[in-house]
Design a protein around this ligand. Sequence first.
Ligand code: 9UX
Length: 71
Amino acid sequence: GAKELTLPVEGMTCAACAARIEKTVSQLEGVESCNVNLASERAQVLVGPGTDWRTVKARIEKTGYGVSTRR
Ligand code: 9UX
């Protein structure tokens, strides 16, 4: 079933950064939803069974932000 991932996002400085990440991650195959909180610097992502955090991390990095790998 779907899993909820929480990823720590680095490098966001304004609300539009969070919105940009939400939009691009939501467009990934296998991602059902993405909510990014600027204040807590966390992305909460609901993904299907074939998708894991590495896919989401790669997209966030391609968009120009960082994802800390420590959990
Ligand atoms: Mo505003 Mo956030 O230019 O990158 S969208 S800082």
